[in-house]
Design a protein. Structure first.
Length: 458
């Protein structure tokens, strides 16, 4: 007690050796705290009692102490009041976990996707037939490619519907699907529009996917798209698939292990070597079990176990996906969802504008009306853009600056076209499509559960 009083005179301290008798196993970063009288001490903030206005500090090799808020400097009081225990532990012990690992610990299933140009393709099945799906945030609803719908034995109705794209309107029909599968998700008895997406395209342009997977599925499955890791994440428990989410369960808690001889061990992994796991059994004894002796499923679990994952599940599971990404230095935007489309505010040549986020667009595309209105350098209309219904004339367009938050893109050339060619009124709510080319560059992450888009500019 004398040690602390001499170090920070005037601070009322109650030293306790039992308050944290159960160690959290986390290495914390020490901070210089200053008393209201200016004296300093190196300590770690390990807890906070808002009802009693007390901070709990741990001094290296000296135990823990309770410090009333008013005995700290104004800066330290602000730090204590803003402190979040889960975030603190994450930064100290879990920051090495990838976005993929963090999401899978939260019950998501990751699917490594294939890039075709800048478009995201994932494997799946329609009525048991292997196909590919194109992830399209710009599609308010999904759309089957009519020939693929026929090949996969869908029940197709009359062509009395219509769909719209960059090239205008095109006829479509309702198609009935018995089973739709992708990313561990299963849907039964689905009804989706189908159109021949080859119409109006040059012969060399092939349709590689069976279906544009649109926003209605991405919303329902609480999808997360990570461009840096080339992975898309779904919540299979949000589909018709049986089984429950891992969220709320602790995959790093007690577990029954079984070796190849059928012998069972119940306990919790507390460590591992290069060749074995260290298991603390329910009887309190510790056992070292070689990886090779376990069943294939348990061996896979043991190889995947890490202290940082276990710490995350024990101490940080309450953090939201948004908080996890912001702790990884991503900047976030709350996007607006209108009719299943994603809209984000930004600028075009320093004019405030709104962009439509479209992962289905290989390259970003500007509405010609706004390209001319906001001072872009528009070339001759000797280019073409392709989409539903065929092609449309376009112009190479030089842009001085595009911004989304702190992300800045300068001196860019993209195509512009008349996105309102069928209307006399050329104004619309958004200036263009913010496509997959820029999202790859900015390592974008899109989350549907929290209506957030995250960017990181290198």
């Amino acid at each position: 007690m004398k040690y602390f009083k001499n170090l920070i005179a005037g601070i009322s301290i109650a030293l306790s050796s039992s308050l944290f008798a159960q160690k959290d196993g986390v290495e914390h970063e020490y901070r210089t705290f200053k008393g209201s009288n200016g004296k300093e001490i190196q300590a770690v903030l390990v807890n906070r009692d808002d009802e009693k206005s007390v901070a709990v500090l741990r001094v290296k090799n000296k135990g823990t102490m309770k410090v009333p808020f008013e005995k700290l400097s104004e800066d330290d009081q602000a730090y204590v009041k803003a402190w979040n225990k889960e975030k603190s532990i994450f930064l100290q012990s879990c920051r090495g976990l990838t976005v993929k690992q963090l999401l899978e610990l939260r019950g998501y299933q990751g699917v490594r996707y294939e890039l075709s140009g800048n478009s995201i393709l994932i494997p799946g099945k329609i009525n048991g037939n292997g196909v590919k799906f194109l992830i399209d945030t710009g599609a308010g609803t999904s759309l089957l490619h009519l020939p693929k719908a026929q090949e996969t034995n869908c029940n197709i109705g009359p062509m009395d519907q219509a769909v719209w794209g960059v090239a205008g309107e095109y006829p479509a029909a309702w198609a009935e699907i018995e089973t739709l599968e992708f990313g561990g998700c299963v849907f039964k008895d689905e009804k989706i529009l189908a159109a021949d997406r080859r119409q109006g395209l040059p012969p060399e342009m092939k349709v590689k996917d069976a279906m544009l997977l649109g926003a209605e599925y991405l919303i329902q499955l609480e999808t997360v798209i990570s461009y840096k890791e080339r992975t898309i994440f779904f919540r299979p428990d949000r589909s018709d698939a049986p089984g429950e989410t891992a969220e709320g369960d602790d995959p790093f808690g007690f577990r029954i292990f079984q070796d190849k001889q059928g012998k069972k061990f119940r306990g919790k992994v507390i460590g591992k070597t290069e060749t074995a796991i260290r298991l603390k059994q329910t009887n309190g004894k510790t056992r070292l079990i070689p990886f090779y002796s376990l069943t294939e499923k348990d061996e896979e679990y043991a190889y995947g176990w890490s202290e940082s994952k276990a710490t995350f599940m024990q101490h940080c599971r309450g953090l939201t996906v948004e908080e996890l990404l912001e702790l990884r230095a991503y900047q976030s935007f709350t996007y607006e969802r209108r009719r299943n489309h994603i809209f984000v505010d930004g600028t075009l040549n320093d004019h405030k504008v709104t962009w439509l986020i479209d992962t289905g667009a290989d390259n970003s595309l500007l509405h010609l009306f706004y390209a001319e209105k906001y001072g872009c350098e528009v070339g001759p209309m000797d280019k073409k853009v392709y989409g539903i219904g065929g092609s449309a004339p376009a112009a190479a367009t030089k842009i001085d600056k595009i911004t989304l938050g702190d992300a800045v893109l300068t001196n860019r050339v993209l195509l512009s076209t008349d996105l309102q060619r069928l209307s006399e009124n050329k104004e619309q709510e958004w200036v263009g499509l913010f496509g997959a080319d820029y999202m790859r560059e900015l390592e974008a992450v899109i989350t549907y559960r929290e209506n957030k888009m995250f960017l990181k500019q290198n």
